[in-house]
Design a binder for this molecule. Structure first.
Ligand SMILES: *Cc1c(COP(=O)(O)O)cnc(C)c1O
Length: 448
């Protein structure tokens, strides 16, 4: 089979997979998972025909996928992939660009600059911010926090690039008690010891309580949240950020999914978030782009460009080249799918999608309450946090729902006890899908 035929065969198989989305179990069954053992063999000495490689991948691999690109996946704020973004991704694969700078790919350089500006416009953030397109909110948080530390140290007269951390003034990190684990990971990797972090106590909604905020000064890095991972709640930016900036602190906002509320009719939830110094958000969650799609946004464009600079004698580029804004040197043009998603939705389409998910979350919460469940959060965004009558029943219902193959959502712990978390974030999820989820949960509650 020549290359053209092989690619056509891959497209044919991908379309067959796509066509079967509605019938597919949301989480694969035990037989499909057991069949994966066929992949467990030694690295072959001799190659296999590419069409055979593709067939094996499809026949053994496809049945063991999770249908997170389908309408009834309610776990982890995962989102599906918008048609325009999926189609753009296929073209980008054909282009095979190394999107590090203009010299490597003029088209990627231009599209990612436009995408960066559009992201800032959609989120209501300063449009002259630097926008680095990284693999994940985790990687982008790491990039932003390293820019923050470097800048805070520079203000103390310390040259971080030359002298590193030994003997440097200590940067005080203040973060929410409910900060996402990946924010702590970024801090740990950057060498902020876990015992040295200052946790800000939260209220019953998981938001930092302004009255109990630890002291802030010009050596403080304050990390806030737009979208607490369980409740979907927002820290009170309009109150906290001016206080922090007046003290000379740097404010970073983890907005992996919640920052997209800024593009909706519920933008007021994140009022004042635009006053921060840096932000991270994901494309692969609520914007519904393919994976490996996130952004590091930094008000002081030079601060991010300096912290992430990777110019070399053989590869120098402008300070706003992607290789100087992200962790990667060689990288794919992941901003193109973000550009395509925003181009296809427009402001109206984006608002409509986010508004729909928020409305669906309200309606789901209402149906579950009527069916005897306890909804633990007040539901301001797209997250519904749920408990049944007892911990045992909560866990058993979640496991039965997962085993059904009809839907999937994950467990969580809220205020020390098991719960489950339902996220509305796929563009494919219709009101009918939400009703089906509620019906399944009510049926399981009667049975268990
Ligand atoms: C998912 C998530 C992250 C991590 O994002 P990745 O893109 O998976 O690295 C960070 N913070 C919050 C609030 C999240 O929901």
């Amino acid at each position: 089979m020549n290359e053209r035929h092989l690619l056509a065969e891959a497209d044919r198989r991908a379309l067959a997979y796509f066509d079967a989305t509605a019938e597919r179990r949301v989480f694969p069954d035990a037989a499909a998972i057991a069949a994966l053992s066929a992949f467990d063999r030694a690295l072959p000495d001799n190659g296999t025909a590419a069409e055979q490689v593709l067939r094996e991948l499809d026949e053994i691999g496809s049945p063991a996928t999770v249908a997170s690109n389908g309408p009834r996946y309610f776990g982890f704020v995962i989102g599906a992939t918008l048609p325009a973004a999926a189609a753009a991704e296929r073209l980008v694969l054909a282009w095979d660009q190394c999107a590090s700078s203009f010299d490597n790919s003029p088209v990627a350089d231009r599209l990612e600059k436009v995408a960066g500006r559009w992201v800032c416009q959609a989120l209501g953030l300063p449009t002259d911010s630097a926008v680095g397109f990284g693999t994940s909110a985790t990687a982008c948080t790491l990039a932003c926090l390293s820019a923050a530390r470097r800048k805070l140290l520079a203000r103390q007269g310390w040259d971080f690039d030359a002298d590193g951390l030994v003997g440097a003034p200590e940067i005080r990190v203040v973060l929410s008690e409910t900060a996402h684990i990946t924010v702590k990971k970024a801090l740990r990797v950057l060498g902020f010891g876990m015992n040295r972090l200052h946790y800000a106590p939260v209220d019953e909604h998981g938001r930092i309580d302004p009255a109990r905020l630890p002291a802030l000064d010009e050596r403080t890095l304050l990390i806030l949240q737009a979208g607490e991972v369980n409740t979907g709640e927002f820290d009170r930016f309009a109150e906290l950020i001016p206080r922090a900036r007046a003290a000379g602190a740097w404010v970073h906002v983890d907005g992996a999914f919640g920052l997209w509320a800024r593009a909706s009719s519920s933008a007021h939830l994140a009022e004042g978030v635009e006053l921060a110094d840096s932000w991270t958000s994901d494309g692969h969650k609520w914007l519904n782009t393919p994976y490996d799609s996130a952004m590091a946004i930094c008000r002081d464009a030079d601060a991010l460009a300096a912290a992430m600079n990777s110019d070399a004698a053989y590869a120098s580029a402008s300070r706003d080249a992607q290789k100087n804004l992200t962790l990667e040197f060689s990288r794919r043009a992941r901003g193109v799918a973000i550009w395509a998603a925003l181009a296809s939705l427009g402001r109206d389409g984006l608002r409509e999608m986010i508004d729909r998910h928020i409305r669906q979350a309200f309606e789901l919460a209402e149906a579950l309450r009527e069916g005897g469940y306890r909804v633990l959060n007040r539901v301001v965004l797209n997250q519904v946090l749920v408990r049944a009558d007892s911990d045992e029943q909560t866990i058993a219902i979640r496991e039965a729902a997962q085993a059904s193959g009809e839907v999937w959502f994950g467990p969580t712990v809220w205020q020390g006890r098991p719960a489950f978390r339902l996220s509305l974030s796929s563009w494919r999820t219709t009101d009918e899908d939400v009703r089906a989820l509620a019906e399944l949960l009510l049926r399981l509650k009667r049975q268990i």
